[in-house]
Design a protein around this ligand. Structure first.
Ligand code: UGA
Length: 441
């Protein structure tokens, strides 16, 4: 493959995208303004944990298919497609902070000014509708004094990869969305993706604003599905004999509903769903439209943590100095990412009540320590976290937590409340164990 690609932003989406394109045969410039991050990747170290990505990055850097660099100028001039993968974090009012997008767009313009090539710039970051044209295109045109369509192309190609399975998701995406408003950009990007993913890959061509909206619609729908099943779980908790998993299994067989993303739990977290639902709500309101459904999705999600707290309070009453083990601090298993993790919110509440919190996570303890410092104790094993605990709260479904059984628990602690937010255990009621599974009465 002769394509030379630039990926701007070596965060989660950018680094995965760059490594996968390199694996598929492209030469990829991995650009980031952060000198330490670029140095780390050059030395074959990942700035975060993602299953399988380390192998891909090592292979790509060693074979010089992935070229980590701080120099956007050199990368742009050598590339025919540039993917923008910088972060679009949430502001405190829920709106989307587009500062990185603005900065990168201006830098792209500066790089293009004296360049002889005509690259197509593809926005992969999740951005509110209108951003690609009104901010990216506008800034690039202004700073480069060049014209879109004539001197460079523009497109929007949203990303659907999940943390924890990012490599598999990016190696064979279920759909490639190409948003563009001119034929040349569409053809360049389409040809590239066909080369990468083959003739059978599903490609949907649309305009830029629809591509931007597809990403928000996709994440908002998935988040709504989770808040819906959490609502059913909360009803099940109040009806003897009811079991949310059976209900999810049954309704999931209806092809109109589908079985995925119907796992009830402590609420969704991570760097995407909370931010994107809030960002989309904010965007809708800016249009003068109140998106009641999305507001409900968000409200249900925010309340899930209170439910867990209520159960803890009703069993332990005063929490001061009570030892509580938290199993799983990241927003889900298979990641070390604690952004918007419900577990972190729960621990902050427990700390506020004076509880003696002991946390375990197979990957996320360093990030948790950075956030909570000396306010909790960090356990290197499940046993260390659970020893003499009055409550054990299972927040994520790592495989190693599934081995907890009555025998093990009673060896570790005399009397204990177990809250299983993901229903991964099947504990029988015992004198010393009170077992509460969210979504089962
Ligand atoms: C999500 C989307 O799934 C990706 O398609 C999208 O590309 C990504 O956001 C993004 O916008 O970048 P991610 O946040 O990595 O991916 O993780 P998910 O697997 O979607 O999980 C999000 C949260 O929902 C987690 O807290 C998880 O525990 C929760 N969840 C998920 C449930 O509570 N129940 C489910 O059935 C599924």
């Amino acid at each position: 493959m002769t394509d030379r690609i630039t990926v701007v932003g070596m965060g989660f989406v950018g680094l995965t995208t760059a490594a996968v394109f390199a694996e598929k045969g492209c030469t990829v410039y991995g650009v980031d303004a952060n000198v330490d991050k670029v140095r780390m990747i050059s030395k074959l170290k990942l700035p975060f944990f993602e299953p399988g990505l380390d192998i891909l990055v090592k292979k790509a850097v060693r074979s010089r298919r992935l070229l980590p660099t701080n120099s956007l100028n050199d990368a742009i001039r050598a590339s025919n497609i540039v993917f923008v993968c910088v972060g679009t974090p949430m502001r405190s009012d829920g709106s989307v902070n587009l500062e990185y997008i603005r900065q990168v767009s201006s830098s792209l313009g500066v790089a293009l000014k004296n360049a002889n090539n005509k690259p197509t710039i593809c926005v992969k970051s999740t951005v509110p509708p209108g951003t690609t044209e009104n901010i990216v295109q506008k800034h690039v045109e202004e700073t480069s004094t060049k014209k879109v369509g004539k001197d460079f192309g523009i497109a929007m190609t949203p990303e659907f990869l999940r943390e924890g399975s990012a490599v598999t998701d990016s190696m064979s995406p279920h759909l490639i969305v190409i948003g563009s408003n001119d034929n040349r950009s569409r053809n360049v990007v389409c040809k590239f993706f066909r080369q990468i993913y083959g003739a059978k890959a599903k490609i949907l061509n649309t305009n830029i604003v629809s591509a931007e909206l597809i990403k928000y619609a996709n994440n908002s729908f998935l988040a709504t599905k989770i808040s819906f099943i959490n609502t059913i779980a909360n009803v099940c908790n109040r009806i003897p004999g009811a079991d949310v998993d059976i209900i999810a299994k049954a309704i999931g067989t209806d092809p109109r509903i589908g079985s995925q993303f119907l796992n009830a739990g402590p609420g969704y977290g991570g760097s995407c769903f909370p931010k994107d639902v809030a960002g989309f709500i904010h965007y809708c309101q800016s249009l003068g439209y109140d998106p009641l459904l999305l507001e409900a999705t968000d409200a249900v999600n925010k309340k899930q943590v209170n439910l867990i707290l209520d159960i803890i309070h009703s069993h332990l009453h005063v929490l001061t100095k009570k030892r509580i083990a938290i199993l799983g601090t990241a927003f889900k298993k298979d990641t070390d990412d604690i952004r918007e993790s419900v577990s972190i919110r729960l621990m902050e509440e427990l700390i506020g009540h004076g509880a003696d919190v002991r946390a375990h996570d197979p990957m996320a303890l360093p990030n948790t320590r950075e956030r909570l410092g000396g306010k909790i104790m960090y356990a290197s094993s499940v046993a260390e976290a659970a020893r003499n605990a009055e409550a054990i709260i299972l927040m994520t479904d790592w495989d190693e937590y599934k081995t907890l059984n009555e025998k093990r628990i009673s060896r570790l602690t005399k009397k204990c409340l177990i809250i299983d937010t993901r229903r991964i255990l099947q504990l029988k009621p015992k004198k010393c164990i009170e077992y509460v599974a969210l979504g089962r009465s």
